[in-house]
Design a protein around this ligand. Structure first.
Ligand SMILES: N[C@@H](CCC(=O)N[C@@H](CS)C(=O)NCC(=O)O)C(=O)O
Length: 226
């Protein structure tokens, strides 16, 4: 076995399992307990000095890499030579893919993450922080709604970029099962709901969401999963 992932059943961890399943690559997983702060242990910090999952080790290329989007881009460049799940460098679709990768990693990822933190985990409940990050998350999902609209107008596609599924679809879908935590209804964003339903129907996506274990939250405000 040459690919090993170090992940948890959390938004950024699922991204790897799903993309590896789509690419049809064998992978083994070490499940990290965030609850026990295993990601801050010395052995893990040697892999990723940032002390956060996910990290991937690919022995066949002697690569250790962290940051979910960087990992998916590495996997695409190394293993998706036919560009079935990504786009070729230099194309218009590649540039749009890049834009949405950064939008996910600097927008919905950290904002939804902070909203979760202040609403669910923070020992002190600070209404201003909860409101700020929840509202920003809502705003960003409405931007995603517009992104889907524009891509559909241009390509007649229900995916985020160009005519087929690609890295941004996987980066964004990883966060969808965690929206109920914030009491945000996906149905408020009809195109996002339709897109999520379509992506969640893909067997490899379903499988990815079981590695290392099912998402802890999945309620009936989300597209059906099973
Ligand atoms: N930008 C990073 C974010 C990684 C991240 O925040 N991971 C969370 C789990 S989804 C984590 O490890 N949290 C534990 C901690 O912050 O110590 C990525 O996309 O990989």
């Amino acid at each position: 076995m040459s690919i090993r992932t170090f992940i948890a059943n959390s938004p950024n961890g699922y991204k790897l399992s799903i993309y590896l399943e789509l690419l049809g690559l064998k992978h083994e997983t070490t499940s990290i307990s965030l609850h026990d702060n295993e990601q801050k242990q010395e052995w893990f910090l040697k892999l990723n000095p940032n002390g956060r999952i996910p990290t991937l080790v690919d022995e066949s290329t002697n690569t250790t890499i962290s940051e979910s989007a960087a990992i998916l881009m590495y996997l695409a460049d190394t293993y998706d030579k036919e560009r079935k799940f990504s786009y070729l460098h230099g194309t218009k679709e590649y540039n749009k893919m890049l834009e949405l990768i950064f939008f996910q990693m600097s927008g919905i990822g950290p904002m939804q993450g902070q909203a979760n933190w202040f609403l669910v985990y923070a020992p002190e409940k600070i209404p201003y922080a909860i409101e700020r990050y929840t509202n920003e998350t809502k705003r960003l999902y409405s931007v995603l709604e517009e992104v889907l609209k524009r891509n559909n107008e241009e390509y007649g596609s229900d995916f985020l970029v160009g005519p087929h599924i690609s890295i941004p679809d996987i980066l964004f879908i990883g966060w969808i099962p965690f929206l109920p935590l914030l009491g945000i209804k996906l149905s408020a964003y009809p195109r996002v709901f339709k897109w999520a339903s379509k992506v969640l129907e893909i067997p490899q996506v379903k499988k990815g969401f079981t590695i290392p274990a099912n998402p802890p939250i999945w309620d009936d405000s989300l597209p059906s999963y099973n």
